[in-house]
Design a protein around this ligand. Structure first.
Ligand code: ZN
Length: 383
């Protein structure tokens, strides 16, 4: 093992040992401030200018923008500092203690994606005493795994700006230029409750929901036909009916019923205004059945992401890796960075197949190729 690797591993040990779970479940949710401060310390010691941006009012959630060099243009190396929750009992070793075995580094966030930061820092180290023509920016965000509030705060502030951005989510070092968007929505049907003996005295929300679900399945079929995209493994938008709750008693006309679903949209489906189309169908049904139907978002949507195949960054990454850019099945902060005007791809060490599960690990063999790849990108954009 090189001196280089040892440095990377000791930094990753510190990051994994600093818990930063983000979750929509308040009993799990933690801040990421301590991780941000570790990174800021290491980067300022290298000569980066560091700026910590509070994401939550108490500052326990924060983003870091660390900049080497100045001026317009340049390259952003970006990642999230939070992890998902974990099942401690199902790990072979302590998830918060980096453990090396079988040429792998085990630990919570080792691959998704605390491991990217020490590798990006190692890549940057080679440039600290070179005069950069354009800046190198290392960006660390909060709450990617829950609300994406860190990326939303950056997009709202319009910072950072650069020519290109690489998000180091685990892609086994393959460039990714496409993913679907995610919406999670609820539909509440309100009818009129009454005694079951005379259906005419009420409006049965379950009866309306039955029709509504047929409508949703038709809509799903329409989306799949009109917005298929063969770049994706699941080559069409999906609409999953996830759970339903309604009614209270067999002898009462059901007054209220609620359905939760998600929609994973291809870029063309999102651009077609799917939510408005669905809303229109629902209101037509509500009118016909004398019920109230309300559509509401359960979480803020994540837009789909598409970086054109012929853009400079995609071509550079394809040339450096020897792999064509792919589409993936998971969402990232890419649409938020791209919205600030940066060409954006997702490309990082480790496999997404290891993420979000017990015994998450990063293969040691991913480290040096990732350092080399990032150094080529930095040289292209910053020298
Ligand atoms: Zn991730």
């Amino acid at each position: 093992m090189s001196h280089h690797d040892k440095h990377i591993i000791s930094q990753l040990r510190a990051l994994v040992g600093t818990p930063s779970v983000s979750s929509t479940d308040p009993s799990w949710d933690q801040g990421n401030r301590a991780v941000i401060e570790l990174l800021a310390g290491w980067l300022s010691a290298l000569g980066f200018r560091t700026e910590i941006m509070d994401v939550s009012p108490d500052g326990q959630k924060a983003n870091l923008i660390a900049t080497l060099g100045s001026g317009p243009g340049g390259l952003v190396l970006a990642g999230h500092t939070d992890t998902v929750p974990f099942d401690e009992g199902r790990w072979r070793s302590d998830p918060l203690q980096l453990t090396e075995r079988d040429q792998r580094l085990y630990g919570l966030g080792s691959t998704d994606m605390k491991g990217f930061f020490p590798i990006a820092i190692a890549a940057a180290r080679a440039f600290v005493d070179k005069p950069l023509q354009q800046p190198l920016i290392i960006l660390a965000t909060a709450d990617e795994e829950s609300s994406m509030d860190g990326a939303r705060a950056l997009a709202a502030a319009g910072r950072p700006r650069a020519r290109a951005a690489i998000i180091g989510e685990p892609t086994s070092l393959n460039p990714v230029r496409l993913h679907k968007g995610i919406m999670m929505e609820a539909i509440e049907v309100t009818g009129l409750a009454g005694h079951s003996s005379n259906p005419a005295l009420g409006v049965n929300a379950l009866d309306v929901m039955h029709e509504l679900m047929s409508e949703m399945m038709q809509f799903r079929h329409q989306l799949a036909t009109e917005h298929a995209n063969s770049a994706f493994e699941v080559a069409f938008p999906t609409l999953n009916l996830g759970c339903i709750h309604g009614g209270d008693s067999p002898n009462r006309i059901c007054g209220r019923c609620e359905l939760h679903f998600d929609l994973l949209l291809t870029p063309s489906a999102a651009a077609a205004g799917v939510r408005e189309q669905l809303q229109q169908r629902l209101q037509t049904l509500a009118h016909a059945r004398g019920a109230r139907i309300a559509l509401r978002s359960l979480v803020e949507p994540v837009p789909p992401f598409e970086q054109p195949a012929n853009s400079e960054l995609v071509r550079l990454a394809e040339k450096l890796t020897g792999h064509s850019a792919l589409a993936v099945g998971f969402a990232t902060e890419a649409p938020f960075l791209q919205a600030m005007g940066m060409e954006t791809i997702v490309m990082g060490p480790g496999s997404i197949d290891r993420a979000h599960q017990p015994d998450e690990y990063l293969e040691l063999s991913q480290i040096q190729p990732c350092v080399d790849l990032l150094q080529s990108c930095i040289a292209h954009y910053c020298l």
